[in-house]
Design a binder for this molecule. Structure first.
Ligand SMILES: [Zn+2]
Length: 255
């Protein structure tokens, strides 16, 4: 049975998401920005929370864990490298580990850069990826604890996922990301198409995610640092691609 998902907003611009296995009735929250919207989503769907899969230690991804755990007795799975900074952890995971949510299987991909121990979860059977604050729709996370080379390598790991992988990220930043992306590739027709699509969704009060990896590869400047035209337009032709990535990230920081 395919995984079901339920996406909702938390805090100011965080996404919460539930993933449900209708075979076993197991349900995982990917991160827990705050408890109340997760509880509301559980109530709406009628699902019972069995697991919380954490991507990284930032409080806007973990603030709801303790309240949810004390109410639902759910298992908390977290990146081994950051477990000491995350409340109520039951299990720690690393690169290549498998996490079962009922009959659903998630693969752990280490994607450091935003934080030093950030992980993403990929469900190959359903082609779902939960990438936290590493990759955003038409953007990427700030490089806070790692360095640009590390972040670029993490993005390459995600970029290797199948084009029809649905990407769930941690924040609704799409419109601001598109405004910036147009300064890097103003003539990218697929980026302009994404802008129209995002405008349409926002006008309908809908989230702009999930997005597909194939669409991100075509329009997200942070995944396009190795496109020769991008490097050339930044005056960095022939430089290592992580340096091109670093320049794009630096420009976004100042944007
Ligand atoms: Zn974060």
């Amino acid at each position: 049975m395919p995984a079901q998902s339920c996406l909702f907003l938390c805090l100011k611009d965080n996404f919460g998401v539930l993933v449900h296995d209708s075979e076993t009735m197991a349900t995982a929250a990917i991160d827990a920005p705050e408890a109340a919207p997760v509880e509301a989503a559980l109530k709406r769907t009628g699902w019972q929370l069995t697991d919380i899969l954490v991507t990284h230690h930032h409080h806007d991804h973990t603030g709801g864990i303790e309240a949810l755990k004390s109410r639902h007795r759910c298992r908390v799975v977290a990146p081994a490298a950051e477990a000491s900074g995350i409340p109520a952890v039951d299990e720690t995971v690393r690169e290549g580990d498998r996490v079962q949510v009922g009959s659903l299987e998630a693969h752990v991909i280490e994607t450091p850069g935003h934080t030093a121990g950030h992980i993403s979860y990929f469900l190959p059977a359903d082609k779902l990826a939960f990438v936290g604050d590493t990759l955003f729709s038409i953007g990427c996370g700030r490089v806070i604890e790692g360095n640009p080379e590390m972040m670029w390598k993490s993005l390459l790991k995600l970029r290797a996922l199948p084009d029809d992988t649905r990407i769930f990220c941690g924040h609704e930043y799409t419109m601001a990301n598109i405004s910036f992306a147009k300064t890097i590739e103003p003539a990218n027709a697929l980026l302009v198409a994404r802008e129209q699509e995002a405008n349409r969704l926002i006008a309908q009060n809908k989230p702009t995610i999930p997005t597909f990896m194939g669409e991100e590869k075509a329009a997200n400047p942070f995944l396009r640092a190795d496109v020769p035209e991008v490097a050339q337009s930044l005056g960095l032709a022939g430089k290592p691609t992580w340096q091109v990535f670093a320049e794009i990230r630096e420009r976004k920081n100042r944007f």
